[in-house]
Design a protein around this ligand. Structure first.
Ligand SMILES: Cc1cc2nc3c(=O)[nH]c(=O)nc-3n(C[C@H](O)[C@H](O)[C@H](O)COP(=O)(O)OP(=O)(O)OC[C@H]3O[C@@H](n4cnc5c(N)ncnc54)[C@H](O)[C@@H]3O)c2cc1C
Ligand code: FES
Length: 272
């Protein structure tokens, strides 16, 4: 399906709430009117804290959810993990604080019209964009009960949003490195079991690169279409600095940029 262009906006949003959800992960809700009315799952925003000189560069975060009231978008949620200076400052914000927001950016996942089943695979904080995706798929005719969500992390603390996926009707399977939640081992092992049973029309994944590489291999071996959302270090987020270049596109011979050509790529077109 063709993805219509979505206009991006620079705006100042107001923090509604910013509670911790697990370990060092938080979910911030930002009121920003209907700017994200037509945003797609897999797209992202870049954030800056007004009045802060450090960090200088805006930081990218996936759209975790667009909030609607009476079918009108009123804001967005971002699920984030505290890993450094910016995310630490973000975690200290509370209701009424302001955040500069630019988006929606990037391409987003492809939602095919005739899709009936999908398997979504999330590793660590890569789970963040999959809630928006799962809820959108559930609204657009997919059969959640015949689909599946596979969540992986180091420990049970890294397994986020299980209740959101269940509320959207998807069966959830979990794998952790230490076995503190779900099956012990890699999420890709759980995923291989799930796709063996479900034979989904498509696999969507977001998480660390080694996980994405393994997901792509399994999808290719089963001839299942697969889309991967990739995280790279980004400077401008707008295609200007070339800081997020990944592999060359075979058709054009040009480098692809995660910020404008992605962050979602067809697994078959990525060179790991
Ligand atoms: C398209 C996209 C979507 C993203 N979505 C989310 C999200 O939904 N939730 C979330 O928590 N994070 C997300 N990230 C990662 C997020 O941008 C970084 O965690 C954040 O920029 C870190 O900023 P900081 O100043 O706190 O840490 P820094 O001090 O900048 O970095 C701390 C550590 O994290 C590493 N790091 C920084 N940025 C990235 C990155 N992009 N990928 C991998 N490692 C990185 C650094 O190398 C360093 O080791 C996303 C990144 C991209 C590119
Ligand atoms: S982040 Fe600058 S080109 Fe992608």
């Amino acid at each position: 399906m063709m993805k219509p262009p979505v206009q991006k906006h620079l705006s100042t949003a107001t923090v509604m709430q910013n509670p911790p959800v697990s370990g060092n992960c938080f979910r911030i809700s930002l009121a920003c009117g209907n700017l994200f009315q037509h945003a797609r799952p897999g797209q992202f925003v870049t954030l800056h804290l007004p009045g802060n000189l450090t960090p200088l560069l805006r930081r990218p975060f996936s759209l975790h959810r667009v909030r609607f009231r009476e079918e009108k978008a009123v804001g967005i949620d971002i699920l984030y993990k505290v890993v450094g200076g910016f995310t630490e400052k973000l975690s200290r914000l509370s209701a009424g604080d302001k955040v500069d927001i630019l988006g929606p950016l990037g391409n987003g996942f492809t939602i095919l019209q005739n899709l009936s089943t999908a398997v979504l695979v999330g590793g660590g904080i890569g789970i963040a964009p999959l809630v928006f995706l799962a809820e959108t798929l559930a609204r657009t005719g997919i059969r959640p009960a015949d689909s599946g969500i596979c969540l992986g992390g180091r420990t049970g603390e890294d397994i986020l949003c299980q209740d959101d996926f269940s509320a959207a009707g998807f069966p959830v399977r979990i794998a952790t490195d230490d076995g503190s939640a779900g099956q012990q081992g890699l999420v890709t092992r759980v995923m291989a079991d799930v796709i063996h049973i479900r034979r989904p029309d498509i696999i969507y994944a977001c998480g660390p690169m080694p996980m994405l590489r393994a997901v792509a291999d399994i999808a290719r071996n089963h001839s299942i279409r697969c889309e991967l959302s990739i995280e790279t270090i980004m400077a401008c987020g707008l295609g200007a600095c070339l800081g997020c270049a990944v592999n060359k596109d075979d058709a054009s011979g040009k480098y692809q940029h995660v910020c404008i050509d992605g962050p979602v790529f067809d697994a078959g077109k990525l060179k790991f």
